[in-house]
Design a protein around this ligand. Structure first.
Ligand code: NAP
Length: 248
C-alpha cells in the first residue's frame, strides 16, 4: 500500500474515470475526498465501497465551477482527514455540437466545468502543497485537446487549456517538490461515451489501432503511476492513452 497515510482529493468521482481513480488510490491506502454534482446515491455507495477496502472516503456535493464551494470543500477535507497530498482534476462534461450551431451556454458550461474547474480546485489546494513542500497534481485532459475533434471545439479548447495549465503550473511549483502532470485519454467506456450508437462505435474502433475503447481502470493505473515515486522525475508531461488513435 504505497499511499498509506496520504489524502487524495478527486473531482467528479461518482462515476466513470473519477470513480476508478478513487478506488485505485484507496486500494493503495489513500484516504479519499471527492466531490460530485448530482449523483447522491452513487456518492454514498462509493463511500461504502472504499470503506470495505479498508480505507476511508468522504463525499462532498459541490459544483466544480464555483470557486467558493470548491475552497469550502478543500477546507472541510483538510479538517476531516488532517491533510492533503494528491489532487486529481477529473470532473468534466461534453456538449458536442458544430460551432455554427453552438449556443453560448454550451460553450461556457464546458469551459467553466473542465478548465475553470481544474483551476478552481488547483488554486484552492495549492497553498497547502506549497507550505508542506510536497504534493502531486494530475489533470485529466483528453486526446481531443491534443489533436482536436470536429463538433468538440468547446471541449477541445477546455482540454488543450488544461495541458497549458499543467505545463505552466509544473514549472511554477517544481522548486517546492510538487509535480504536475496530465493524462489525455481517448475513448474510454464511461457514461460520457455510453450514448454512442453501435455503428458509430464500430467505425471508431476501426480507427483505433488497438481496436477497442479503453477502460476507466486503465486510466486510473496511469494516474497511480504518475503520483508514485516511480514517476519521481516526471513533471509537466501529458500521457496520451488512446489505443493509438492519435497516431493513426
Ligand atoms: P462521466 O462518467 O460523465 O462522470 C463525470 C463526473 O464528473 C461525475 O462524477 C459527475 O458528477 C462529475 N461532474 C460533472 N460536472 C460536475 C460539476 N459541475 N461539479 C462537480 N462534479 C461534476 O465522465 P468520465 O467519462 O468519467 O470523464 C471523466 C473525465 O475524463 C472528464 O474530465 C472527461 O472530459 C475526461 N475524459 C473522458 C473520456 C471518455 O471517453 N470517457 C475521454 C477523454 C477524457 P455527477 O455524477 O454528480 O454528475
Amino acid at each position: 500500500m504505497t499511499l498509506k497515510g496520504k489524502t487524495a482529493i478527486i473531482s467528479g468521482a461518482t462515476r466513470g474515470i473519477g470513480k476508478a481513480i478513487a478506488l485505485e488510490l484507496a486500494r493503495q491506502g489513500a484516504k479519499i475526498s471527492f466531490n460530485y454534482l448530482k449523483s447522491v446515491n452513487e456518492a454514498l455507495d462509493l463511500e461504502k465501497e472504499i470503506a470495505a477496502l479498508g480505507s476511508c472516503a468522504k463525499a462532498f456535493q459541490s459544483d466544480i465551477k464555483d470557486f467558493g464551494a470548491v475552497a469550502d470543500w478543500v477546507n472541510k477535507s483538510k479538517e476531516t482527514f488532517g491533510g492533503l497530498d494528491i489532487v486529481i482534476n477529473n470532473a468534466g462534461i461534453i456538449r458536442d455540437k458544430a460551432l455554427a450551431m453552438m449556443a453560448p451556454e454550451d460553450w461556457l458550461e464546458v469551459i467553466n466545468t473542465n478548465l475553470i474547474g481544474t483551476i478552481n480546485l488547483s488554486r484552492a489546494a495549492i497553498m497547502t502543497l506549497l507550505k508542506q513542500k510536497s504534493g502531486q497534481i494530475v489533470n485529466i485532459s483528453s486526446v481531443t485537446g491534443v489533436v482536436g475533434m470536429p463538433r468538440q471545439t468547446n471541449y477541445a479548447a477546455s482540454k488543450a487549456g488544461i495541458i497549458g495549465f499543467t505545463k505552466a503550473l509544473a514549472k511554477e511549483v517544481a522548486a517546492y517538490g510538487i509535480r504536475v502532470n496530465a493524462v489525455a485519454p481517448g475513448f474510454i467506456e464511461t457514461d460520457m461515451v455510453g450514448q454512442l450508437k453501435d455503428d458509430l462505435r464500430a467505425k471508431l474502433n476501426a480507427k483505433i489501432p488497438l481496436g477497442r475503447f479503453g477502460k476507466p481502470e486503465e486510466v486510473a493505473k496511469a494516474v497511480q503511476f504518475l503520483i508514485s515515486e516511480r514517476a519521481g522525475y516526471i513533471t509537466g508531461q501529458v500521457i496520451v492513452m488512446d489505443g493509438g488513435l492519435s497516431i493513426s
